[in-house]
Design a protein around this ligand. Structure first.
Ligand code: PEP
Ligand code: MN
Length: 337
């Protein structure tokens, strides 16, 4: 349930409510809104203690949260959450684009692509150092060496960096080098990994599992928030359907629906969703029209030589074109880009 305190409640008042929540065996999650403080009370049958809180004179209202995901829901927090990845704000009025190669291949490749995507208007650099490949014989990523290149190129270009951790044991290493940790589609329900990134305070980019419902997606985000990390950005990256003409099916309606159900920012990844270079720009535009807060786009200077996902990688000139068109759509919708 959610307890809304009266405007002007003092720190001592907040502490009093928090102590009572703990005494009853529940976990409090405090959120400071513009005017009021709201406290989420998480625990089985928490709503049965509703009257205890309603009787407190500093409490304005007590509302149950009907959804299975609590901290992630709009019922818990009405205002949109803005996640800050270094100085880049995701979830506000500005559409934010994250771009870069599928995998970090070497220092020069990364620096070249990073400079080009920055020039075209990308605000965050992506690149995998630990790669979740379908085949054990495919390029698995450079590991820590790749993380070092990401950190170095980030310093040179002043672009914050997002990269994937596939295992809870990699999280500590990844957050040493990166500004945001990616949890990939294949790991959306790796609950130990979700708890581990939840214990950190680094922003997390959580990608939707390819065979996961929206409810399962939001429950995975709930794992991260309930572990204490509220800096979560959701990413719709396509789901498996009977259609095999594209790699996955970009679920556009989910982008709009997430905005209704959750306060968290959501971006779209049309590169992995389509698996086809020719479709990336049109699906990027559609995603922005559907309310996406940003995009993740794979870019490679020589896609035909890419060690992974060359088919779906845009060349830098194509990426520039995508950015130009996407900007005019974003502006028509009253958004900055
Ligand atoms: C990626 O972004 O590098 C990636 C592997 O994507 P996904 O987890 O969505 O397949
Ligand atoms: Mn890829």
């Amino acid at each position: 349930m959610v307890i809304t305190l009266k405007a002007g409640t003092t720190e001592k008042g907040i502490e009093h409510v928090v102590e009572k929540i703990k005494e009853l065996g529940f976990t409090p999650h405090i959120s400071h809104g513009e005017e009021r403080v709201i406290i989420g009370v998480i625990g089985e049958n928490a709503i049965r203690s509703r009257e205890i809180f309603e009787a407190m004179f500093i409490v304005d209202s007590v509302m149950p949260i009907s959804r299975p995901y609590k901290l992630v829901s709009r019922e818990f927090k009405g205002e949109a959450t803005v996640v800050e990845v270094k100085d880049v704000k995701v979830g506000g009025n500005e559409v934010v684009v994250m771009a870069g190669p599928c995998a970090v291949e070497n220092r020069e490749q990364l620096l070249e692509i990073a400079s080009q995507v920055k020039e075209a208007g990308a605000k965050i650099l992506r690149g995998g150092a630990f790669k979740p490949r379908s085949s054990p014989y495919s390029f698995q990523g450079l590991g820590e060496e790749g993380l070092k290149y990401l950190a170095e190129v980030s310093k040179i270009t002043e672009l914050p960096v997002v990269t994937e951790a596939m295992d809870p044991r990699q999280v500590e290493l990844v957050i040493r080098y990166a500004d945001m940790v990616q949890v990939g589609a294949r790991n959306m329900q790796n609950f130990d990994l979700l708890k581990e990134v939840g214990r950190s305070r680094k922003p997390v980019l959580l990608k939707r599992g390819m065979a996961s419902t929206l409810k399962e997606f939001l429950m995975s985000a709930e794992y991260i928030l309930s572990s204490g990390n509220y800096n979560v950005i959701l990413c719709e990256r396509g789901i498996r359907t009977f259609e095999d003409a594209t790699r996955f099916t970009l679920d556009l309606s989910t982008l709009s629906l997430i905005k209704e159900l959750s306060h968290l920012p959501v971006i779209a990844d049309p590169s992995h969703a389509t698996g086809k270079r020719s479709l990336v720009a049109s699906m990027a535009n559609a995603a922005i029209a559907a309310g996406s807060d940003g995009l993740m786009i794979e870019v490679h200077s020589r896609p035909e030589e890419a060690l992974s996902d060359g088919f779906q990688s845009l060349t830098p000139p194509d990426f520039r074109k995508l950015m130009r068109r996407m900007r005019s759509i974003a502006k028509a919708l009253g958004r900055k880009a």
